[in-house]
Design a protein around this ligand. Structure first.
Ligand SMILES: [Mn+2]
Length: 265
């Protein structure tokens, strides 16, 4: 599938620090940096086959979520494999609404340190801590599998039970996460929060949570997605203001290339 890249520069619902709205250009710069080449690990060109649709213009928009859904909808309707660059995790519900309009109920693989299942955080139901509560309430996904999780609490555990979320905690081990990914069937959407990885690998994030995946483990998880299941993905929560020598942007770009690889498997 032809990969389509769309930037979603929005972080108004970040609970702790702003910055992810600056991420799409940083990830693009890393994708095109001469410090690496354009191949994914299948030895095929990944960067050169991407059709870049630029960034959504969200500055003077009143209803940003509706604008994201509409803008993403155009990309999704074009066919191919949409890869969305956040933004914080609050971009995911409108992106999933656009995916659902095209594909119907989705299976979602959510890779994150955090369950993001809060009913509300600080009185905000659109918070970047709430996206999967909104998605499941709306019936947009029939199955949500979460891996990398290491911040579960009582409220979010209750939400996970209420919605039937399959949470594979980090302490269950990498093999358990890999086994869960192998059971996924399409139409599959991957929502990838960079903070799923250990903060030592991704300094440029807002909520560093020690004890995460290595970059290699996340590449292996993506590689375990069954063939022809993947329909779209987002990569969210890069904060270039916290990054160090673009390390985190490079990780994001690497994972975009591997998503391209999975999309053509
Ligand atoms: Mn997170």
């Amino acid at each position: 599938m032809r990969p389509l890249l769309l930037g979603v520069p929005w972080d108004a619902h970040s609970s702790f620090a702003r910055g992810p709205a600056l991420a799409p250009p940083a990830i693009r710069a890393a994708l095109h940096s001469p410090s690496s080449n354009s191949a994914a690990e299948d030895e095929q060109d990944a960067v050169g086959v991407i059709e870049d649709r630029g960034d959504l213009a969200l500055h003077d928009v009143t209803d940003v979520a509706a604008a994201i859904e509409a803008g993403a909808g155009e990309v999704v309707a074009a066919g191919g494999l949409p890869i969305f660059l956040g933004g914080d995790h609050a971009v995911t519900p409108p992106l999933v609404r656009a995916m659902h309009a095209q594909h119907g109920p989705l299976t979602i693989l959510h890779i994150d340190a955090h369950p993001d299942l809060y009913d509300e955080l600080d009185g905000n139901r659109a918070s970047h801590a709430c996206p999967f509560a909104r998605i499941l309430e709306a019936g947009l996904a029939t199955r949500l599998v979460q891996v990398g999780i290491r911040t579960m609490n009582a409220h979010q555990r209750a939400q996970a039970t209420r919605f039937g979320v399959e949470t594979i905690p980090m302490h269950a081990g990498f093999a358990a996460a890999l086994a869960a990914v192998r059971t996924l069937a399409g139409p599959l959407y991957v929502s990838l929060d960079l903070d799923a990885m250990d903060p030592s690998a991704v300094p440029g994030i807002n909520h560093p949570e020690p004890g995460g995946f290595t970059v290699r483990e996340v590449i292996s998880l993506l590689g375990a997605i069954p063939p022809r299941a993947l329909r779209g993905a987002d990569v969210v929560e890069l904060n270039p203001l916290h990054d160090w020598r673009d390390f985190t942007a490079r990780v994001a770009a690497k994972l975009v290339k591997e998503l391209v690889r999975v999309g053509r498997a």
